[in-house]
Design a protein around this ligand. Structure first.
Ligand code: NAD
Length: 493
């Protein structure tokens, strides 16, 4: 038991949040760890005050002070309007690694019980489609930018390998859709393959994300650590939770360079709010992850053990678990009752399924990462050439009519029209495909000789197109880096 005191920001959150967070705080205190809690608000109550970020300045200031957060779920308005306060928190504090263990638990019956499911999903947490860069490009076409950077990929992938080392795990699987999204998911895969060389003792494999979904349903015990991009990770980590008993048991930590946020995976489950019936296991196990992060490894072990004993003995079983076993929910333990049982069991160890202990047990430090810096040498070493322009145009014109017009605009200049496509499928010059067109087309112009294009020429071309096509919506420069096209072909090209 440590005598040092820690400061932690605690956000009770919405719906069942205050009940599960209270359970976590009680267990931490009973485990003998002294924490000065700074209570702070975020989510629905904040949106209601008119603060559209959902995370007020006082809460941000508290997190900057404490660097560690224990939080309940926050309700997210659906559809247009406010952004998710959860995503805002993760992005504001650059918690780039979302770590979600999914391990078989004693006394929790599942289809896979006894197979030894024991994996950690490490999900990139700030980039990808969650960058939230969306536009209605026309009144009826929405677009979302998928942003994946080398830096963001390297940080989370390195985190996954370092976690494997700390936990004494033998394999890291990268899950991407690199076969389809070559510039974004492909970059993530490339960085994974480069970094894997630095960890020769750890098996590194790459699987396409749809195959990972298939394998997770078929043989989940094969996975050890899975590292993946944000949206993929969002989906497969919920899937993984389902394999080991459901959201009531799924814990998580969001780790950044300076701030870490610990929370249950589940949401605010509003229909159960205030009823003292929700399963607090997920939040209690997230609290154990937090203790480990604070360097309170012994207390983290005690909490994990007490949860395992409580589940194993089944003396306090919450409604969600009783439902899964076909029992009478009237006999189920309350949230408070389950928490009391965990507290009573502190100091005991499970008989069947032992808790996992990090291989580096001493102080259980946060996973160490080298500082990332943009190397000017790296950028200077890349040979680059701007070779053209994609222009997006909102138009009712048929591609067969627009094509010759754009060819006429380019005539005599350094560029030629390469193709026109509709939602990624080439429609001019026709390749015999019949895309069901919408009023948004993309025209690609490339330099005639493949040589470098001057900015002035690009802007002049854009100006000439815009003069004839006032419906142009946006442009994208096309580059070649070290001889490789930094843009994809159209389908059918
Ligand atoms: P939810 O996770 O709140 O609930 C879905 C269902 O899962 C519940 O009805 C319940 O049957 C079950 N469940 C969830 N947690 C449980 C627990 N601890 N014990 C027992 N059963 C549990 O998902 P939802 O209904 O889609 O979302 C409700 C709100 O929560 C939304 O506003 C959503 O945006 C938000 N949300 C927040 C977070 C977060 O803060 N990290 C995560 C997910 C959803």
């Amino acid at each position: 038991m440590s005598s040092a005191s820690h400061r932690v920001t605690v956000i009770p959150g919405d719906g069942v949040g205050p009940e599960v967070v209270r359970a976590g705080v009680r267990v931490i205190e009973a485990a003998g760890v002294r924490i000065d809690w700074e209570e702070a608000a975020a989510g629905a109550s904040v949106f209601e005050t008119g603060d559209t970020s959902g995370v007020p300045a006082e809460t941000r200031a508290s997190i900057e002070r404490t660097k560690v957060v224990l939080k309940g779920p926050l309700e997210t308005p659906v559809g247009f309007g406010e952004k998710s306060a959860n995503v805002t928190l993760r992005k504001l504090f650059e918690t780039y690694a979302n770590v979600r263990p999914a391990r078989e638990l004693p006394g929790v019956p599942t289809r896979y019980a006894g197979e030894g499911v024991d994996m950690i999903i490490v999900r990139e947490n700030v980039e990808d489609l969650y960058a939230g860069i969306e536009h209605m490009v026309t009144p009826d076409v929405g677009q979302c930018l998928k942003v994946i950077s080398r830096k963001g990929s390297e940080k989370v992938i390195r985190y996954a390998f370092e976690l494997a080392r700390r936990e004494g795990r033998g394999k890291v699987t990268a899950a991407t859709k690199a076969n389809i999204m070559k510039m974004t998911e492909g970059l993530f895969k490339k960085v994974f393959e480069e970094l894997a060389l630095e960890y020769p003792e750890i098996k590194a494999e790459h699987l396409i994300i749809d195959n990972v979904a298939h394998q997770l349903a078929k043989d989940p015990a094969q996975f050890d650590i899975v590292v993946t991009t944000n949206l993929n990770g969002d989906i497969i980590s919920d899937l993984a939770s389902g394999l080991v008993g459901g959201l009531g048991f799924a814990s998580s930590g969001n780790y950044g360079d300076t701030v870490a946020i610990f929370e249950a995976v589940h949401g605010s489950a509003p229909k159960y709010a205030g009823k003292d019936v929700i399963n607090p296991t997920a939040l209690i196990l997230s609290s154990a992850m937090m203790l480990r992060h604070l360097g309170e490894g012994a207390a983290a072990n005690r909490v994990e053990d007490a949860v395992l004993v409580t589940l194993e003995e089944g003396t306090a079983t919450t409604q969600d678990l009783v439902r899964q076993t076909g029992g009478d929910v009237d006999t189920a333990a309350s949230t408070t009752g389950f928490t009391d049982a965990v507290i009573t069991n502190l100091g005991r160890g499970p008989a069947t399924l032992k808790a996992r202990r990090p291989a580096v047990a001493a102080a259980n430090p946060p996973v160490p990462l080298p500082a990332w810096s943009y190397s000017p040498d790296h950028y200077a070493a890349i040979e680059r050439r701007t070779v053209g322009l994609d222009i997006f145009i909102e138009t009712e014109a048929e591609a067969d009519r627009l094509g010759p017009e754009l060819e006429g605009i380019a005539e005599g200049g350094p560029f030629e029209l390469h193709f026109i496509e509709s939602r990624g499928t080439k429609v001019y010059p026709s390749v015999g495909l019949s895309a069901d067109g919408v009023r948004l087309l993309r025209a690609r112009f490339l330099t005639r000789d493949g040589g470098a294009a001057a900015d002035a020429d690009l802007l002049a071309l854009q100006g000439r197109v815009a003069a004839r096509q006032p419906g142009w919506t946006h442009i994208e420069k096309l580059h070649v880096f070290d001889g490789a096209d930094g843009f994809t072909k159209a389908q059918g090209e």
